[in-house]
Design a protein around this ligand. Structure first.
Ligand code: HEC
Ligand code: HEC
Ligand code: HEC
Ligand code: HEC
Ligand code: HEC
Length: 226
């Protein structure tokens, strides 16, 4: 008497299709999650840089103001990455003879070789971009910096980072959440680069400065899509 209704290969087929089915379902769920929560995708983005530049050393320990290097941030939409000449103020090295005032901090460090080559050849160091909103979004640094929004609200404690990491989603919802309720993020515009600043009563402080500056962020589509 025949005891098996199905031949043996059907069992194997069943296992394979269950495993395959789960894999496909997992893949689709991941895609869907990404589509619904596009904001999470770039958080933690931390590309490898040609020189291991440390904000913890330069902005934290040495207390260089952000604007010493990102010197367009309060004048234009774009926060310029410094030219190598700025690094050369301190890391000129022995091989660079023009420009009498070049410093020689760590002048023979192998980590700074790309900096010295760039100073000699005038070819820029090719830094990888960390933060990037899509081209159909209009963003402007000066419109925030001059209105009392600190770098820390959008970039976190850069002054403690060995390697710059994206800490905020930069999604539309993220922009709008603050545009609808800006007060907790408003401070004296003189203090926008003091990333460790903490007022005694944050709520009252934010309200006071938002009022003093007449802060009223736009939420119409054309503010950010023009
Ligand atoms: C000595 C020069 C220097 C100082 C001072 C400095 N930076 Fe930078 N910054 C750089 C360089 C070089 C890069 C590009 C390499 C990298 O990403 O680490 C950079 C990258 C960044 C980025 C990422 C840019 C991107 O591609 O998205 C942010 C954000 C940033 N800096 C914020 C700050 C803030 C905030 C401060 C002040 C607390 C500061 N920086 C101080 C030189 C500097
Ligand atoms: C105001 C002076 C100053 C400027 C400007 C400056 N640095 Fe530095 N940098 C220092 C000092 C000081 C140290 C060393 C800290 C220490 O003793 O470890 C350092 C350390 C470094 C190191 C680690 C070197 C090693 O061998 O440990 C790198 C890499 C570096 N800087 C890159 C840069 C780059 C890239 C720029 C330009 C974007 C820059 N620095 C601008 C002062 C400066
Ligand atoms: C309101 C949020 C916000 C504030 C405040 C802010 N940034 Fe940014 N930053 C961004 C966004 C968003 C980008 C990506 C812009 C793009 O892709 O066009 C960015 C990009 C950058 C870059 C890369 C170059 C560029 O412009 O794309 C640097 C450098 C930078 N920020 C430095 C700073 C510094 C320094 C401060 C404080 C003085 C600061 N940011 C304050 C949101 C902010
Ligand atoms: C932490 C709070 C905060 C975040 C996050 C933020 N903004 Fe703003 N934004 C402001 C404030 C405050 C103003 C200034 C409002 C005023 O001048 O009254 C402003 C102004 C602007 C302006 C200038 C508007 C004008 O009328 O000229 C643009 C453009 C803008 N934001 C775009 C963006 C975009 C795009 C994002 C997200 C990538 C973003 N903002 C994220 C707080 C924020
Ligand atoms: C304060 C700035 C801001 C305002 C105001 C704004 N957007 Fe956006 N929008 C963004 C940003 C930033 C992105 C990119 C999101 C990303 O990369 O995940 C975006 C993306 C989009 C996208 C692409 C799909 C998506 O969700 O990524 C559409 C469509 C869009 N916005 C439509 C609108 C419409 C319609 C309005 C008015 C009701 C509006 N936006 C108002 C900042 C804004």
């Amino acid at each position: 008497m025949q005891t098996f209704v199905f031949p043996n290969w059907v069992n194997r087929f069943t296992v394979v299709s269950i495993v395959g089915g789960l894999a496909v379902a997992g893949y689709l769920a991941t895609c869907l999650f990404g589509a619904i929560h596009p904001e999470i995708i770039n958080v933690g983005h931390q590309p490898k840089q040609p020189v291991p530049f440390s904000h913890r050393i330069h902005a934290g320990q040495l207390k260089l103001d952000c604007r010493y290097c990102h010197n367009t941030v309060e004048k234009t939409g774009f926060a310029a990455i410094p030219a190598t000449a700025t690094c050369g103020n301190c890391h000129g090295g022995n091989r660079v003879k023009e420009g009498a005032t070049l410093g020689i901090v760590k002048g023979d460090s192998p980590l700074l070789e790309p900096v010295r080559v760039s100073l000699e050849t005038k070819n820029p160091v090719l830094w990888e971009k960390v933060h990037d909103v899509p081209d159909f979004v209009y963003f402007n640094h000066s419109a925030h910096i001059n209105r009392g929004v600190s770098c820390v609200s959008c970039h976190g404690r850069i002054d403690t980072m060995e390697v710059v990491t994206q800490v905020e989603p930069l999604s539309m919802k993220w922009c709008l959440d603050c545009h609808r309720n800006p007060e907790p993020n408003i401070r004296d515009p003189q203090l926008v680069t003091a990333l460790d600043f903490k007022p005694e009563d944050p709520e009252a402080y934010g309200k006071e400065w938002a009022k003093k500056l007449g802060i009223k962020p736009n939420v119409s589509c054309s503010t950010c899509h023009r």
